[in-house]
Design a protein around this ligand. Structure first.
Ligand SMILES: Cc1cc2nc3c(=O)[nH]c(=O)nc-3n(C[C@H](O)[C@H](O)[C@H](O)COP(=O)(O)OP(=O)(O)OC[C@H]3O[C@@H](n4cnc5c(N)ncnc54)[C@H](O)[C@@H]3O)c2cc1C
Length: 527
């Protein structure tokens, strides 16, 4: 069995030890669901001194939180609905993440909104929009403005120029969502939380009619165990009503789901900026340089199926390529360039109306048995959501959590914080004599791990085989697999290839790579 850390950096526990830890004490708070919302609450609660447990049925961020558009953004299109305050708040969180919390993982990106002859928006309207957008973050990312088609085509050679009048330009940020999520799990653990992935809640425990814990099944080996807690938070995203029905079989639906699919394509030319492509008066589609590829999407369509089965269908692929084709030349949208497709589910407040027009709000409800449920909202504002939910938990009558909670600092950096350029430089110059690291590998490690790149370099120095590439076409090395298994709760091949690294997304998870990673994980041995 692979070892996983549950006791803080440097200390690890096997899954059996984690189960023992989880089942042997009463926690102040049990968080069900280790997507970014659950993780945010676990982190905040642990920082305030509460004894916190967090479990996920699959991998941390294995559902919606690794299926996003990877944007840390204010939300330009919300301006159309007059949501000026919301955009300003989103910008504030975006800036905090990019400058103080995760400058090593959240990167600035320029966006062009192309204005075509006969398109849904005029240049003056878009120009005013991006100006207001940038003003709402005090022009800290430059001033939103209108620029020429020639400038845009030079930055993004794939841009379709026929009929292109101009582009509106603004600044936002992007991230690798899975890696920010796992670093946030690590932050929660460093603050004292006990966590376990691949552990599914199968039923809730009740004491005197109140929810007082949960029954769990370890999906890796079928072991059953339970967790007791003074308060239980349901942060299961698309499954939120499923858990609410465990609390109260008659609970009415509280949410609707909307599917959003994405494609990842190899690129044929450099992309120095992203495109925000207006599809109609309200909807946009994105084309974003990401992980040396281009990310296209997304769709927005009501979904009523099983959340575990959500996939990008052929129809989604057709729609996304068709919409990208408004602004991207055909040769850059060849189906052969697609390396990966994925889909996630937006959780929207229940009620009538088009899902595309519904507000992306956070819904917090309290059930009959006192379980709080949280769903919806944005990745960008996860810390804000964490704080808001914690305030609600503090005030749940009869539980008295507030007596055990201390004030906590509002801005705490994620582990591994460090300037990627400086980290990459040190990896190249500080190396052990005889141990040479390729500049591309150094850059890759620094920009995905921050200062934990030094830990991976130490693993490689101790065992040079770990410095070998996993696939000849990528900068990923075996040291990352070792680090994922020992320090990032990676237990399955997909944990490693899809989320701790992005090899699957980049089309590098060949059957051979998969079986070698599987053998490596098995060989990591008992903890
Ligand atoms: C297509 C799309 C694009 C998006 N793009 C952006 C963007 O660019 N920027 C942005 O800011 N936001 C974006 N968002 C929003 C953002 O991704 C979500 O708000 C966020 O990921 C929601 O996280 P969550 O923790 O609520 O849900 P999830 O990540 O789905 O987590 C819920 C977890 O609960 C677990 N679970 C379920 N049942 C059980 C059980 N019985 N026992 C234990 N665990 C269980 C699941 O395994 C899952 O991991 C996007 C959303 C979508 C759908």
């Amino acid at each position: 069995m692979a070892t996983i850390p549950t006791l803080g950096a440097g200390r690890t526990a096997t899954r059996a030890q984690s189960r023992e830890l989880l089942s042997s004490t009463t926690y102040d708070l049990l968080v069900i669901g280790g997507g970014i919302l659950g993780t945010a609450v676990a982190w905040t609660a642990a920082q305030s001194g509460l004894k916190v447990a967090m479990v996920d049925a699959g991998d941390f961020a294995g559902a919606t939180s690794s299926a996003s558009s990877k944007l840390v953004h204010g939300g330009l299109r919300y301006l159309q609905t007059g949501a000026v305050k919301l955009v300003a708040e989103n910008h504030k969180e975006r800036r905090a993440l990019a400058t103080d919390v995760a400058p090593h993982l959240v990167n600035p990106l320029t966006f062009f909104v192309p204005v075509y002859k006969g398109g849904p928006h005029s240049a003056p309207k878009l120009g005013a929009g991006v100006f207001l957008y940038s003003a709402l973050s005090a022009f800290r990312d430059g001033m939103g403005r209108v620029s020429t088609a020639a400038h845009a085509a030079q930055q993004v050679p794939a841009l379709r120029t026929a009929g292109l009048r101009s582009v509106a330009v603004y600044g936002d940020h992007q991230m690798n969502d899975s890696r920010v999520a796992v670093m946030t799990v690590r932050a929660a653990v460093d603050s004292g939380a006990v966590v376990l992935n691949h552990a599914e809640v199968t039923a809730l425990r009740f004491t005197g009619g109140r929810v007082s814990g949960a029954e769990l099944r370890d999906r890796t080996d079928g072991a059953e165990f339970g967790v007791d807690a003074r308060l239980v938070l349901n942060a299961t995203g698309p499954w939120v009503d499923h858990l609410r029905r465990m609390e109260d079989a008659g609970a009415a639906p509280s949410i609707r789901l909307s599917k959003g699919a994405h494609l990842v394509l190899r690129r044929r030319s450099p992309w120095r900026a992203a495109l925000t492509i207006p599809i109609d008066k309200y909807r946009v589609s994105f084309a974003i340089p990401w992980e040396d590829h281009v990310l296209l999407g997304t769709t927005d369509e009501e979904y009523t199926g099983d959340p575990a089965e959500v996939r990008a269908t052929d129809a989604d692929v057709d729609q996304i390529l068709g919409e990208a084709g408004h602004a991207i030349r055909d040769e850059h949208l060849d189906r052969d360039l697609i390396t990966y497709t994925f889909a996630g589910l937006r959780v929207l407040p229940g009620g009538p109306g088009e899902t595309a027009a519904a507000k992306r709000e956070t819904v917090v409800t309290e059930g009959r048995g006192g379980m709080l449920s949280v769903a919806g909202g944005k990745w960008t504002t996860y810390r804000h959501i964490g704080r808001t939910v914690l305030e609600k938990l503090r005030n749940v009558p009869g539980v008295g959590l507030s007596e055990d909670m201390a004030d906590f600092p509002r801005t705490v950096p994620l582990p591994g914080v460090g300037a990627p350029n400086a980290v990459a430089h040190r990896l190249l110059v500080d190396r052990e004599p005889g141990a040479r690291m390729e500049p591309l590998v150094a850059k890759h490690l620094a920009s995905h791990y921050g200062t934990f790149a030094f830990d991976i370099a130490r693993l490689i120095a101790a065992d040079p085989k770990l410095g070998e590439p996993i696939h000849p076409d990528g900068p990923d090395v075996w040291g990352q697999v070792a680090f994922a298994a020992d320090h990032e709760w990676a237990y399955t091949v997909d944990d490693v290839l899809r989320r701790r690294t992005t090899m699957t997304v980049r089309g590098l998870d060949t059957p051979e790579v998969r079986s070698r990673v599987e053998a490596f994980l098995a060989g990591r041995g008992e903890g």
